[in-house]
Design a protein around this ligand. Sequence first.
Ligand code: HEC
Ligand code: HEC
Ligand code: HEC
Ligand code: HEC
Ligand code: HEC
Ligand code: HEC
Ligand code: HEC
Ligand code: HEC
Ligand code: HEC
Length: 329
Amino acid sequence: MKKILALLLFCAVPLVFAEDINCLDCHGKDGDLPIHVDKFKNSVHSDLACTDCHVGADKVKKGEVFEEVHPDNLEGKTPQCTECHEEKVKGLAKSVHSDLSCSDCHGTIHDLTDDALLSQNKFKIHEVCSDCHDEVVEEYVNSVHGKGLIEKKNQDSPSCLDCHGDIHSVLPKDNENSPVFRGNVPQTCDKCHDNEEIMKRNGLRTKQSESYKEDFHGKMIALGLLKAATCADCHTAHNILKSSNPKSTVNKKNVPKTCGKCHKGANENYAKGNFHTSHKYKEDKWQWIYGLFFFFLTTGTMVALIIHMALDANARLREKREKKKENKE
Ligand code: HEC
Ligand code: HEC
Ligand code: HEC
Ligand code: HEC
Ligand code: HEC
Ligand code: HEC
Ligand code: HEC
Ligand code: HEC
Ligand code: HEC
């Protein structure tokens, strides 16, 4: 019934179609709901027709009330993006952010000029997250990574997305496919910290990533035993600081507390020596020499012991044989 009525109405009123309508007659500077035409003309979408997004908006007639102006009733109809950004629309619908709209992060869509493009301004990404994740963002901004990226404009330093993956399909951290799922954290940090080129450029080393793989925790995590420590358990995720900083969770002063989260009764002994020691000569000469020394010391002792035992056994055997001989005689 409604449909028939609508059809009747549709035929009764002469509609003006897209080619004939200048949307800006009414949405220009002085019209109803004016849009920022200047910005729109400089935006990424300047080549688009208004109706590429506002599907149906071209069914306009003159009138005072909104429903009459746009008889298709645009109100509540979200502008369409799927035609060109299908992957993002679908990804978002399945992500933790399924309740968000594109504008929550990208701002007013008409105003997407170059300086507002998140894809070109890595050091601005955290700003859009701060509306809803203010605590995380505050920590991040003061961390080595945040300072590196935002203050030093060091493009090698991670934004939120280098650790969390594609923002249009972010998953919760307890999903196995999330890059920050416990079992995946080491690989996520290692994208950079185990990459010789990136580390060299930043005056850092790959030693920590390498030693973690040889370490008890690293081996357990690789086997899927997720109670062991990941990089983020010791360094935190968003509050990563240099070990020399007294506020760092891996500063000598704080190491007992950090290890103590899992090792009951962890004391100062946990802070003795270096945590990330490598067994490779190139990385840690003294550790390597130390290892070699102990290798020879232990194998040397073993060999000496075996020789000693063999000689001893031989001597006893000979003694026995001689005694037998003596007894026979
Ligand atoms: C004859 C004048 C007129 C023309 C031409 C016109 N509009 Fe509108 N439009 C309006 C009025 C009036 C409103 C309602 C304003 C209000 O609610 O205060 C409106 C509302 C809208 C809205 C807001 C819908 C919402 O959800 O709030 C959009 C989007 C829109 N128009 C797009 C367009 C597009 C795109 C064109 C060109 C194809 C166009 N309009 C042509 C008068 C016009
Ligand atoms: C007819 C095709 C088309 C439609 C429809 C369309 N876009 Fe785009 N969009 C583009 C093109 C082309 C670019 C520039 C190239 C690129 O980055 O993909 C772009 C770029 C963007 C960007 C760039 C962001 C950045 O940081 O670089 C955003 C955000 C965006 N579109 C959002 C939207 C939203 C939201 C909608 C729906 C309301 C929409 N687009 C509808 C074609 C379209
Ligand atoms: C939670 C925040 C967030 C939401 C919601 C969001 N985006 Fe993005 N988008 C970003 C960030 C951050 C970037 C820049 C990083 C990048 O390039 O992936 C980006 C980049 C883009 C780009 C340019 C990069 C490319 O791959 O072409 C397009 C196009 C885009 N978004 C479209 C959309 C559309 C369409 C929606 C809604 C369906 C949307 N975005 C929703 C945060 C968001
Ligand atoms: C790339 C897609 C896209 C194009 C092209 C586009 N719009 Fe929009 N428009 C939107 C989105 C999305 C909104 C909702 C507000 C927001 O998220 O920025 C919107 C909102 C509006 C509104 C409601 C008022 C407001 O500012 O919220 C009007 C009116 C409007 N658009 C008119 C136009 C006109 C006229 C054109 C052509 C000159 C146009 N739009 C081109 C995506 C688009
Ligand atoms: C408009 C609000 C809003 C914005 C903007 C926003 N988020 Fe979210 N985010 C949410 C909500 C709501 C959730 C789901 C509730 C929750 O678990 O905290 C969420 C969840 C997440 C999660 C998963 C948390 C978990 O439990 O594992 C990550 C990661 C995330 N957001 C990253 C980002 C990043 C990165 C940005 C910026 C590019 C961003 N968000 C922008 C609202 C937002
Ligand atoms: C160096 C990598 C890294 C960077 C950069 C990073 N995160 Fe995370 N994030 C993680 C890890 C790892 C976790 C999981 C922590 C855990 O399991 O407790 C996490 C968890 C989260 C969560 C879930 C809630 C929580 O605190 O556990 C949110 C929300 C989040 N991150 C948002 C962000 C935002 C927003 C940014 C940018 C401002 C960002 N992250 C930057 C690695 C990172
Ligand atoms: C996208 C690359 C990238 C990712 C991913 C990354 N980092 Fe970093 N990290 C860097 C860069 C680059 C620096 C140096 C930043 C600067 O000072 O400009 C750094 C600095 C550090 C430092 C301080 C080193 C020092 O001696 O100054 C620590 C600790 C650290 N990262 C730990 C981690 C952990 C833990 C993770 C994973 C949760 C991680 N990083 C993920 C690139 C990355
Ligand atoms: C069990 C705790 C623990 C785990 C797990 C761990 N670290 Fe560390 N990390 C430390 C401690 C403690 C230091 C302080 C220096 C030292 O003792 O070697 C440190 C130092 C570092 C440094 C040098 C920072 C500085 O300022 O001295 C980097 C970079 C680093 N770790 C990266 C990583 C990465 C990447 C991972 C995971 C692949 C990881 N760490 C896993 C405890 C840990
Ligand atoms: C997220 C929890 C967690 C944190 C934090 C953690 N560990 Fe562990 N660690 C484990 C688990 C689980 C094992 C497996 C054996 C066990 O249960 O004791 C282990 C094993 C070890 C082992 C080898 C086995 C043994 O008990 O001798 C050493 C050494 C060790 N951790 C040292 C440290 C040090 C040093 C720190 C702090 C810098 C630390 N751990 C932080 C969970 C953790």
